[in-house]
Structures are given as structure tokens and as C-alpha cells.
Design a protein around this ligand. Structure first.
Ligand code: PLP
Ligand code: ZN
Length: 378
């Protein structure tokens, strides 16, 4: 028996309450993402386990089956001393390279697949830019669920191989992730695409719990996140609110920073213009594939989280990202994924403008393994 209990799902836009004990996708009224709500009374800080399941009291799976776990979570928080000295901030990297499937999508997949299985789903379908499909296909294989995964033909080849190897039905589609979504629209399986399923956020929010726990139950000044669909940023923000409600942290939250590419920056544009939502970004392109999302479904939640915490949004070029990727490997011995390197570029930029102050404690997310993207320009 655990103390925390999933109580209901709440629409992030209109607040309508939905039953959490049956299969759900988006809000029945306004088609917005649903957020899991818990009865938090009596939940104590975790003590056992070295995976994300140590936070099971604030996760939706009633009875997590250890047999479905691949050891996801509790990734290291690594200091970056050379860059810290250069930029005069305390830079720490949450390193999601060290996680099953090679990207932090494993967190969302581990929790999402386990919950889908518990609710009696037979299989999942999903359009993907690569890493999400790989993670969900592999966790589905682990849990004995079918999966149908569609991806654009220029998605990273390694993620395509991961999906194919998992035994998923793989459809490679010309065009973008939107075309991939159309290609599986009439497949009759549970739609697990980004934010059309309530529990991926729950998996990803564990990054927020871990960062705070690894700092000795306190928050950093700033958290910098490479933002595509924004699930991780929304999840970290949700975790911070839950921890505040639980009394595990004080009132002040870290400033959340959304990093995008100058080739696809809908959140940055909306943030700068004061918009509550983003506008579709035409001709989106960046070699940081994980953040190539022209109109995130959860844009309004991302923008709310950034503004509420006094954060910001900033875009960086692919050229700067590649330069920082090489720089980080050379000076810190850390081979970042392009999306992770984008956070370093953003810190450089925000320190240059003075938005980041000397001595700020800054946590950046390296969301995947550099070795999944072997080519690097020097
Ligand atoms: C999916 C992905 C992102 C973006 O994640 P969101 O939470 O959807 O914004 C960043 N980096 C990598 C490596 C990814 O695969
Ligand atoms: Zn709604």
C-alpha cells in the first residue's frame, strides 16, 4: 500500500476533471492535454531504489511490475568545471545519456507503457522524430505490447534501427512528423503521441524530483531545457509544484528556460510577443531533431511555466550547437547530444546578455547520448 494515490486527471486548459482509472487521451471538451493529480497527503521522501520508481508514490502506476523496468532513472548530476569557470556560473549537467534506449524518452515510455498495460491496452501507436518511438517500442516489447511507429524518413537512422529491432511495425514516411501522424491516423491502437496520453509527463517529471534530491532537497537557480514538445519542461515544473505542496522544498522555484533552435522557435517567438500560445513555425528545420516541433500541443503550458517562474525562452543556431558539442567533448570529456549542446549554447548566450548572473547555479539537461549522433562538425 503506498501513500500517494492517483485521484483524477485535470485538463490543463479548461480544468475539466476526467476519470483516471480508464483509458484517456485528451480533454473531452477542448482536446487539450490532461494532467495527473494525486492525493499527496502522507507522502514521504523516498528512501529505497535507484531508479525513477523510487518516486512511485507520486507516479500513476498502482502496482509497478519490476519485470518491465530496464533500470531507468537516477542519472548523474555532473559538474562542468571548465565551462563554469569560463562563464562564471555553477554549471551542472543532468546526464540523460546514461539511460536505457539512449535518451530521456525512456522515462516517459517506462511510466506510460506500464500504465497503459495496467489499464488493459493491447498496443500503442505513435508518430515520432526518433527517440520517443525507439523508447516506446522497446518498453512496449518489454511489457509485451504491440506497437506501430511512424517516423519521417530523415529521422536519425539509429533510432529507426532501434524501432525496427524491437519488432514494432515501423512506417517510414516522407515529410515531417505531422505526415507521420497522418500515416497512422486510422490504426486502431492506443494513441501514445506527445501529450495525447497523460502519463508520459509523469515519467519525465522524475527529472525534476531527481535534480532536487541530488542537490540535497533544494532547488537550483535556473534549469535550462531543450524544448520540442516541452514534455520534460512541463514535467519538471509539475514536479516542483508537487514538491512544494509536499513541503519538500520552499516557496521559490527555479527559473525555467526553454531552449529552441533558430530554425524552429515557436515558443521563443510566442514568449517574446507575449502570446499565450505559439503559432505554427513554417519550414521548421534543425539538426537537433528532438526539438524540431513546429507547434507543440502543450505550448500554453510551457509558456505558463516559463513566465510563472520568471524564466525565459531563447533560440540558438545549429552552428553554435555543433561548436559547443565539440567544445564540451574537448574540455569536459562529455559527448553531448545536439539538443543537450543547445543548452550550453543558451547558457553562453544568456550569460552574455546578463540574464544569467555570476554565481547562478544552473542545471542543464543533456537529454540523450551523443553517440546516437556520431557526426560532429569541428
Ligand atoms: C524529444 C527530445 C527532446 C525534446 O523533448 P520534449 O520534452 O518533448 O520537449 C530533447 N532532446 C532529445 C534528445 C529528445 O529526444
Ligand atoms: Zn479541457
Amino acid at each position: 500500500m503506498h501513500a500517494g494515490m492517483l485521484s483524477h486527471l485535470e485538463c490543463a486548459r479548461c480544468g475539466r476533471v476526467h476519470d483516471a482509472h480508464v483509458i484517456q487521451n485528451v480533454c473531452h471538451d477542448c482536446a487539450s492535454p490532461l494532467l495527473a493529480r494525486y492525493d499527496l497527503a502522507g507522502v514521504a521522501k523516498p528512501t529505497g531504489g535507484d531508479s525513477l520508481w523510487r518516486y512511485r508514490d507520486v507516479l500513476p502506476v498502482r502496482d509497478p511490475d519490476p519485470a518491465f523496468s530496464l533500470g531507468e532513472g537516477m542519472t548523474p548530476l555532473v559538474p562542468l568545471p571548465a565551462l563554469s569557470r569560463e562563464l562564471d556560473v555553477h554549471l551542472l549537467m543532468k546526464d540523460e545519456a546514461l539511460i536505457p534506449t539512449g535518451s530521456f524518452k525512456a522515462r516517459g515510455a517506462a511510466v506510460g507503457v506500464a500504465r497503459a498495460k495496467e489499464l488493459g491496452v493491447e498496443g500503442i501507436k505513435m508518430p515520432t522524430n526518433g527517440n520517443a518511438g525507439a523508447a516506446w517500442a522497446l518498453y512496449a516489447a518489454r511489457a509485451g505490447l504491440r506497437s506501430v511507429i511512424a517516423m519521417p524518413e530523415d529521422a536519425p537512422l539509429i533510432t529507426r534501427e532501434e524501432v525496427a529491432a524491437s519488432g514494432a511495425e515501423l512506417r517510414v514516411v516522407p515529410g515531417t512528423i505531422a505526415d507521420a501522424a497522418r500515416a497512422i491516423a486510422d490504426v486502431d491502437l492506443f494513441d501514445a503521441s506527445t501529450l495525447r496520453e497523460p502519463y508520459r509527463i509523469e515519467g519525465k517529471k522524475t527529472m525534476g524530483y531527481e535534480i532536487v534530491e541530488q542537490l540535497g532537497w533544494r532547488v537550483p537557480d535556473v534549469i535550462v531545457y531543450p524544448t520540442g514538445g516541452g514534455v520534460g519542461l512541463i514535467g519538471i515544473h509539475k514536479a516542483l509544484h508537487e514538491m512544494r505542496e509536499l513541503g519538500w522544498i520552499g516557496g521559490k522555484l527555479p527559473r525555467l528556460v526553454a531552449v529552441q533552435s533558430t530554425g524552429c522557435a515557436p515558443i521563443v517567438r510566442a514568449f517574446d510577443e507575449g502570446g499565450a500560445e505559439s503559432v505554427f513555425w513554417d519550414g521548421a528545420y534543425t539538426s537537433a531533431f528532438g526539438i524540431n516541433v513546429p507547434k507543440p500541443l502543450g505550448d500554453f503550458i510551457i509558456l505558463r511555466a516559463i513566465r510563472e517562474t520568471g524564466g525565459t525562452a531563447t533560440a540558438v543556431t545549429d552552428e553554435q550547437v555543433e561548436a559547443d558539442r565539440a567544445e564540451c567533448a574537448r574540455r569536459e570529456g562529455v559527448f553531448l547530444c545536439p539538443e543537450g549542446a543547445a543548452t550550453i549554447s543558451a547558457v553562453r548566450e544568456l550569460r552574455g546578455t546578463g540574464w544569467l548572473e555570476a554565481d547562478d547555479e544552473v542545471v542543464v539537461l543533456n537529454t540523450g547520448a551523443g553517440i546516437k549522433y556520431p557526426a560532429v562538425r569541428r
